[in-house]
Design a protein around this ligand. Structure first.
Ligand code: GDP
Length: 447
């Protein structure tokens, strides 16, 4: 009998809060140990910047394995792909001398079509009147409508369909039948997205440029595993934005926690032996939605300035808050996090006291349970524990012992509350500004 036996050496890196936790740096730190970096969720609304030859690139779809020789960068079936964006990223990297020959995309990944982007804008417009500030607010990249199309089925276009003209035409025609009246009403300027002939021409052009990269990623990933190779799953967005387990409806449209790995890649969760949850040492959030520990005072402003918490493309200030341990514990549970990378700890120096939220009060009762429904979270009052702050800049610390005792106590409190060891501490944006924490006797006993 042929028994299937994979090792469990694969790893996942997932954001534990509302995004921008510094996943890019941790993936970059670890990538050299892996044979393939795999994206399994989201679309071009995610990503991080990498520096190549002194030039900064925003990678939205290309997995960061592209910078490692011999490493596959696989966009698996759970991702929605905007081919124009993908080709632009590949062209930019290639022009800088990066070998993109191992950037591969699943034939079953769904395509973000021009009418999905138009639909994003149209929905915002249509819902603004009825929902006002409760509107979810999208990045306008067509990701929600593309995922909706995937679930609607008959009118969806997958990457593999770009190589089959008759099938492509059938799909596009079906999509337009339904979208035309809606877009003519709500996005009258979007005529470019409704012309069947030009859509087909554009889509076949994408297919032609991508055809050598289109693979059955499920087979490829299983072949890797069978040959004892290790995969690194790169989560996009973050757990509290997960469509099922996040602060619904203020979430993204994909499974942005580690739970998305299996459906988004065809690889069973059991092979992922290590799940690193990335958590900022404080809380940030972009756009609308509940945030129990939000700071709207000078302390919040100070953290924002120190952490340069402004959107990379929009420059929009991010919302800031104290670290929410109730949410972090929830996130650790949902993902099955085996260790935490606590990032941006350097931002917290210079405060007399540091607060962490250790319970929620709701209706006079205290709880450490996290109900992610936005309406429930809106009703909670955070209960804080105060910890002593530290004045020293810690950007030069390279070992746990280099940190001031107050910073060590902060780390200790986080891991003892969450029940997961902190194995990596970020003290600055550079790769070297990282502390690898040795754990000898289990959680809560470092130092
Ligand atoms: P992602 O969306 O989770 O991938 O987050 P990014 O990789 O875009 O990181 C957010 C920002 O934080 C980037 O500008 C990083 O350079 C920066 N960053 C990451 N880790 C640290 C850290 O430990 N300290 C500081 N000060 N900045 C960091």
């Amino acid at each position: 009998m042929n028994t299937l036996s994979y090792n469990q050496d694969s790893l996942a890196v997932v954001g534990m809060q509302w995004g921008d936790e510094g996943k890019g740096k941790v993936v970059d730190l670890l990538a050299s140990e892996f044979d393939a970096i795999v994206r399994y969720n989201g679309g071009a609304n995610a990503g991080h910047s990498v520096v190549v030859n002194g030039k900064r690139f925003a990678l939205h779809l290309v997995p960061s394995g592209v910078l490692r020789e011999g490493c596959d960068s696989i966009i698996a079936n759970g991702v929605v792909v905007d081919p124009e964006q993908l080709l632009r990223e590949i062209d930019g990297l290639t022009a800088e001398g990066v070998d993109c020959s191992r950037v591969l995309v699943s034939s079953r990944a769904h395509v973000v079509m021009p009418y999905h982007k138009a639909e994003d804008a149209a929905r915002e417009r249509a819902l603004a009147d009825s929902l006002g500030s409760k509107a979810v607010g999208t990045t306008g990249r067509g990701i929600g409508p593309a995922y909706a199309e995937k679930v609607q089925r008959a009118s969806a276009v997958r990457i593999g369909d770009l190589l089959i003209p008759d099938l492509l035409r059938e799909r596009v025609r079906a999509a337009l039948a339904f979208k035309r009246p809606m877009l003519e009403r709500w996005a009258p300027d979007a005529t470019y997205a409704l012309d069947e002939e030009s859509l087909i021409e554009i889509a076949l052009g994408w297919g032609d440029k991508l055809k050598n990269r289109v693979i059955d990623s499920t087979i490829q990933l299983h072949d890797h595993l069978e040959q004892g190779r290790k995969l690194l799953f790169e989560g996009a967005n973050a757990t509290l934005l997960d469509v099922d387990h996040g602060t619904y409806p203020f979430v993204t449209s994909s499974s942005a926690s580690a739970l998305g790995i299996a459906p988004g890649s065809g690889v069973p969760a059991s092979v992922v032996g290590r799940i690193i949850g990335i958590a900022k040492a404080y809380q940030t959030r972009v756009g609308a939605g509940p945030m129990p520990t939000e700071l709207t005072d000078a302390t919040g402003d100070q953290i924002r300035e120190r952490g340069r918490e402004f959107g990379t493309t929009t420059g929009r200030p991010r919302r800031i808050g104290w670290l929410d341990l109730v949410a972090l514990r929830y996130s650790a549970r949902i993902n099955g996090v085996t260790e935490i990378a606590l990032t941006l700890l350097d931002v917290l120096s210079g405060f007399d006291e540091l607060k962490v939220c250790t319970a929620y009060e709701i209706g006079g009762e205290r709880t450490i349970d996290f109900d992610p429904a936005a309406a429930s979270l809106d009703a909670v009052r955070p209960v804080y524990e105060s910890l002593p702050g530290f004045d020293e800049e810690i950007t030069g610390a390279r070992s746990f012992g280099d940190l001031p005792s107050e910073a060590r106590a902060y780390i200790d409190r986080v891991q003892s509350f969450v029940g997961v060891p902190i194995s990596i501490v970020g003290v600055g944006p550079d790769r070297e500004q990282t502390i690898l924490v040795e754990h000898e006797a289990g959680v809560g006993s470092i130092g």
